[in-house]
Write a protein that binds this ligand. Structure first.
Ligand SMILES: Nc1ncnc2c1ncn2[C@@H]1O[C@H](COP(=O)(O)OP(=O)(O)OP(=O)(O)O)[C@@H](O)[C@H]1O
Length: 613
């Protein structure tokens, strides 16, 4: 594998990057992110190595790259049997380069240069539009000196006719979201993919969780990439190809859904991962897998679990806050204020369960004026939180989504409020803190959300909000090897200047804390003075309660709807009363859903739809 080969130049370069890392307060060597070899020792073309160093600023490969690149490169010399490979490594370890670099290496090496009229050679499937743009941007940089290899993307929200025109001209490496890809596969006759050699599933488990399982099967069928002999394969178009087809599957978390995708598409897969204890690349694990052999299937699933499905960056500081429901909003604002006062120039992401909740909190954070001196006139009160605030969710116009996404990428200091649309794969540089204000549900989602910080060995912290009744969620995370410590919330609240409350340090209850009470009162009067805010709050309240009911399986025991006090939930949206119609409509919906689930059992699509991203 060559991960231990260390050239003289590499030693010098690594020393330079060590110095830089120490200056940034991180030590990448300590975090065992990088391999001690060079890109060229992995077999990549010298021009590509120059690109990685000069244009991208990468001195050497990460551990996962050192492990994956030779495996993807070797596809060229392997037998003609189709391969399906799994790459499983912690968030922020450079998985994108791990598959793009070897593909580019192959494409540039063809004796007869490829050109646009050859159509698509590599297809990268991603779950979200933002990830599509991000991978495309990296690809553009990598291809700077390989102008004959054409990058492109197709995704929901873009103009179909413009995409058709681009596909007609030819795209060598295509990044796509599944729905839009299927659309073009069916309706764009000029989309040439007979030379397709690679299919990559980036964030594979998320693609499946979003309910794209059927689309993926259809895509694999249309591309002639379903595993031979599989029962679902009756109508498969098996296209004879002069190329060996190589499929790659990537995720920081692997689960039974990925197992299913592997099942329908792979033969003799190879797992690439990092051993949790030694932080060394694991030796390749070859799965023995056959549909007819249940024992083998068990072995296969066990191995996925054994490789460690939940990997959290070692240097990440993970904490939780136990907050009574009615004080959640005031606490969130206080924690944000504390974070930005402690370090005015930094990036923070707050995750919410619904689009409406993002919109409501965005308006609060950009409009709420506050002074802890009650006598200060309204016009003289400063904005509560003076940092740049952005929002990102799936109900926004595509143009606004892209603007927010790009702004948060390039800004040095900003606060991003988002749904889980930002949880997977997005690489925002230098995010210092992740706040999970609404709980993530599945532990996998927790891992991906916190993975937006502490990337590539950098420091980072995460805060998880839990209500007292939800505290068992910590045990659930522990089962997956994730441990959190408590955030010193009272100490932080005590640090705020409050006139007229000399003995506030004696308060032991969050909801009785004078700072929280004063803030809550101010928030409620702000809301009642702004009709548009009141509307936003009511909408957010409704969708929040709906999302809360959507927790699945075992999590229903922890996030119990019947334990919710709707009056306190209303208070967490600064509403003085439970919105009148909401109680009824919520109850009706709950009844309807119970009836439906009794009849048919909950479908995946419904579950996903309820937690609108
Ligand atoms: N060899 C390298 N040297 C330095 N930086 C690198 C290297 N490879 C990748 N990076 C940078 O590391 C960051 C994380 O990379 P990437 O987004 O591919 O990680 P990931 O493992 O796919 O993360 P996630 O699991 O969140 O999807 C990016 O900013 C990327 O530019």
């Amino acid at each position: 594998m060559g991960t231990k080969i260390k050239s003289k130049t590499q030693v010098v370069k690594n020393k330079d990057s060590e110095k830089k890392a120490v200056a940034n307060g991180t030590n990448k060597e300590d975090n065992n992110v990088f391999a001690s070899c060079t890109f060229s020792s992995l077999g990549l073309h010298p021009t590509l190595c120059d690109q990685l160093r000069e244009r991208m600023g990468f001195e050497g490969p990460t551990l996962v790259q050192a492990q994956a690149i030779p495996v993807v490169l070797s596809g060229r010399h392997a037998s003609l049997m189709r391969k399906f490979r799994l790459v499983n490594a912690a968030t922020g370890t450079g998985k994108t380069i791990a598959y793009l670099a070897p593909i580019i290496h192959h494409l540039q090496s063809y004796d007869k240069r490829i050109d646009r009229s050859d159509g698509t050679f590599a297809l990268v499937l991603v779950p979200t539009r933002e990830l599509c743009l991000q991978v495309h941007e990296i690809l553009q940089k990598l291809l700077h000196r390989f102008h004959w290899i054409v990058p492109g993307y197709i995704m929901g929200g873009e103009s179909r006719s413009k995409e058709k025109a681009r596909l007609r001209k030819g795209i060598s490496i295509l990044i796509a979201t599944p729905g839009r890809l299927l659309d073009h596969l069916k309706n764009t006759a000029s989309f040439l993919h007979t030379n397709l050699r690679w299919i990559i599933f980036d964030e594979a488990d998320r693609i499946l969780e979003l309910g794209f399982g059927k689309e993926i099967q259809e895509i694999l069928n249309l591309l002639g990439s379903m595993k031979t002999g599989h029962e679902d394969q009756e109508n498969t178009v098996t296209r004879p190809s002069k190329f060996q087809r190589q499929n790659l599957l990537l995720s920081a978390t692997l689960n039974e859904k990925v197992n299913h995708l592997a099942k329908i598409s792979l033969e003799d897969p190879v797992m690439i991962g990092i051993d949790d204890k030694t932080m060394e690349p694991t030796s390749k694990i070859r799965f023995v897998h056959s549909d007819s052999d249940e024992d083998n299937e068990d072995k296969y699933s066990n191995k996925i679990a054994a490789v460690g499905a939940y990997k959290v960056p070692e240097q990440l500081i993970q904490r939780y806050l136990k907050v009574p429901c009615g004080s959640r909003l005031a606490t969130l604002l206080s924690v944000l204020k504390h974070l930005f006062e402690r370090e005015p120039s930094q990036k923070v992401v707050v995750f919410f369960s619904t689009c409406d909740a993002v919109d409501f909190h965005y308006s609060v954070l950009t409009e709420f004026l506050f002074s802890s001196h009650p006598q200060t006139e309204e016009g003289n009160r400063p904005i509560f939180l003076g940092c740049k605030t952005l929002r990102l969710h799936g109900n926004m116009e595509q143009e606004d989504r892209t603007t927010s996404f790009q702004a948060f990428k390039t800004d040095k200091s900003a606060l991003l409020l988002s749904t889980d649309v930002s949880a997977r794969g997005l690489d925002f540089p230098n995010v210092r803190c992740i706040i999970q204000y609404d709980s993530p549900g599945e532990a996998t989602e927790y891992v991906h959300r916190v993975g937006r910080t502490a990337r590539l060995g950098e420091r980072g912290e995460s805060l998880l909000f839990l209500q007292p009744a939800e505290i068992d969620y910590l045990q659930d995370l522990k089962k997956h090897g994730v441990s959190l410590t408590e955030y010193p919330l009272l100490k932080v609240l005590d640090s705020f200047p409050m006139s007229g409350h000399k003995n506030m340090k004696n308060s032991v209850f969050i909801d009785m804390h004078p700072w929280i009470m004063c803030l809550q009162k101010a928030l409620e009067s702000f809301l009642s003075s702004k009709p548009h805010m009141d509307e936003l709050a009511k909408k957010a309240f409704c969708s929040w309660v709906r999302a809360y009911t959507a927790h699945r399986g075992d999590l229903k025991r922890i996030f119990m709807v019947k334990k919710l006090h709707l009056g306190h939930v209303a208070k967490s949206f600064a509403l003085k009363q439970i919105p009148s119609l909401v109680g009824k409509s919520f109850q009706n919906q709950a009844k309807k859903r119970k009836r439906f689930e009794k009849k048919s059992g909950p479908s995946n699509k419904r579950k996903v739809a309820r937690r609108v991203k």
